[in-house]
Design a protein around this ligand. Structure first.
Ligand SMILES: *Cc1c(COP(=O)(O)O)cnc(C)c1O
Length: 487
């Protein structure tokens, strides 16, 4: 649907008006004046009444009744649009720019049934585990669901120990402490990520250094990491840890990155908050570093509404983190404390939700991949998208379908404006952390001297709706949005 296809003026014949209405596919055309400014909408019914009320010679648009057509301006939000449509009992609303020229038409049915980026999806098993928790009065942040969730999770990803926590951020924080990250320490971290990856570095009073992504995986660039380690080695400041993030459902190049870190003897924390279910050369994402973290926040591939997991093959690290996660209570028959503790445990109720969700992880990965495939096929051969790559040996969950816009004719911002008015939630890619005001002045190592790849991804990238609740009709709606943009 392109707005210019159904703009009409007083000069158009009624047949031409009907043709415009037909082209719009929405049962209306938009009448504009000689300068292209909005006058009113015209429907089939308006044309019918003109034909009935006026003898043939006179039945032209000039005879249209003067009405005050309802419209909205470009900067109105969806709540304001829906309110206008409800108050006036109308199904469409023309959107005008500041010069009062029509730029779009909003359909009430689209705004009333929004398509979300990635909404939580609860299956059939969760309630059973939650009921068990209630029935047996295990409502505390410990209990059988917690123990079983940790055991089942460790088995699923193929690591020895797992600790369920109140969030992925808590898991990262405890990982920092377990590796003795403290004041004046340096921690390297991927730049292209959610701020939660780096905040725990600040909690510990340490200083982050950000590392760019590579085009092959969108994750940490091995050459940039190598340059950074070399530079800091020369300065005599070895980082305490490297946080490698696995973005949007895909592992980083773990072989190369681990080899580089091993050379310098720096431990790796893998932030696999977005990549549960992904593998790299057959091994689960999140199990390469000495510690790995996952998130069960509402929008992640499985959710406990809020929660996280810390994993490791090193029993000492997990035991220490477990101790800190429950207020660091020393063994005694009274309350004895020698260290700072935290209240970071997951409740037995939420662990029940997690157990149910974990059972359907593989299915969910398949569905997310299928959604990606539908997008990919719809735009096969078009010049619109450059999809996030999935190199050989990588198995991505396609948690979110992500792409760079190839055409320079449209920006991610413009797409967000359009999609919001169609009730479609599209998001931009994470803004690289080295460009965040919070981290002003922090050191950054780009992929190479000429290319900061994370900046490029931010400038051109978008995430498409990829939720498991999406119907085929929803996916078609998203595809139609972009087909419209393509023309
Ligand atoms: C969601 C997320 C986190 C934080 O997880 P929470 O459970 O929300 O605290 C950390 N890192 C990345 C990359 C994430 O996407």
């Amino acid at each position: 649907m392109r707005i210019n296809d159904f703009l009409i003026t007083y000069d158009n014949s009624l047949l031409e008006v009907l043709e415009a209405i037909d082209r719009s596919g929405m049962g209306l055309a938009i009448l504009v004046d000689a300068e292209g400014k909005f006058i009113r909408t015209v429907t089939d019914g308006d044309v019918r009444r003109l034909m009935i009320n006026y003898p043939e010679k006179e039945n032209n648009l000039q005879k249209l009744q003067e009405i005050k057509s309802i419209y909205a301006t470009e900067n109105e939000n969806n709540l304001s649009l829906i309110t206008k449509m409800k108050e006036n009992d109308i199904q469409h609303l023309p959107i005008l720019n500041s010069e009062l020229r029509p730029v779009d038409v909003v359909l009430r049915k689209n705004i009333e049934s929004p398509i979300f980026l990635s909404s939580p999806h609860i299956g059939d098993n969760e309630i059973q585990f939650v009921n068990e928790a209630f029935d047996t009065n295990w409502i505390a942040p410990l209990g059988p669901n917690v123990e079983m969730f940790e055991k089942e999770f460790a088995e699923k990803v193929g690591c020895k120990y797992a600790l369920s926590l109140s969030s992925g951020t808590a898991a990262l924080h405890l990982a920092m402490i377990a590796l003795n990250v403290g004041r004046d320490d340096i921690v390297f971290c991927s730049s292209l990520t959610f701020v939660a990856s780096a905040n725990p570095i600040l909690y510990q009073g340490a200083t982050p250094v950000f590392i760019d992504s590579e085009p092959e995986t969108w994750n940490m660039s091995p050459p940039a990491l190598a340059r950074a380690l070399e530079k800091y080695e020369k300065l005599g400041k070895k980082p305490k840890a490297v946080v490698i993030v696995n973005l949007y459902g895909q592992s980083a190049n773990m072989n190369e990155l681990m080899a580089i870190c091993d050379t310098y003897g720096v431990p790796v924390i893998e932030d696999a908050a977005e990549s549960l279910g992904a593998t790299y050369k057959g091994q689960s994402s999140g199990t390469f570093g000495c510690l790995g973290i996952y998130s069960f926040n509402g929008n992640k591939i499985i959710t406990t509404s809020g929660g996280g997991m810390l994993v490791s093959d090193d029993k000492k690290l997990i035991d220490h983190a477990r101790f800190l996660s429950t207020q660091a209570k020393d063994p005694a028959n009274y309350y004895l404390h020698t260290q700072i503790g935290y209240n970071y445990r997951m409740s037995n109720i939420l662990a029940g939700v997690g157990r149910g969700q974990l059972m359907v992880l593989d299915e969910r990965v398949k569905t997310r991949r299928k959604i990606f495939q539908m997008y990919q096929e719809a735009f096969n051969g078009s010049d619109l998208f450059e999809w996030m790559p999935e190199p050989e040996g990588y198995y991505s969950t396609r948690w979110l379908t992500c792409a760079l816009l190839k055409t320079k004719n449209i920006s991610p911002d413009q797409i967000l404006n359009l999609s919001t008015r169609r009730g479609i939630e599209i998001r931009r890619i994470w803004k690289p952390l080295h460009t965040q005001p919070l981290f002003q002045g922090v050191n950054y190592f780009s992929h190479d001297e000429t290319l900061s790849f994370s900046d490029h991804v931010f400038e051109r990238g978008i995430c498409l709706p990829s939720g498991l609740n999406m119907t085929i009709t929803d996916i078609k709606r998203v595809i139609e949005l972009f087909s419209g943009i393509l023309h």
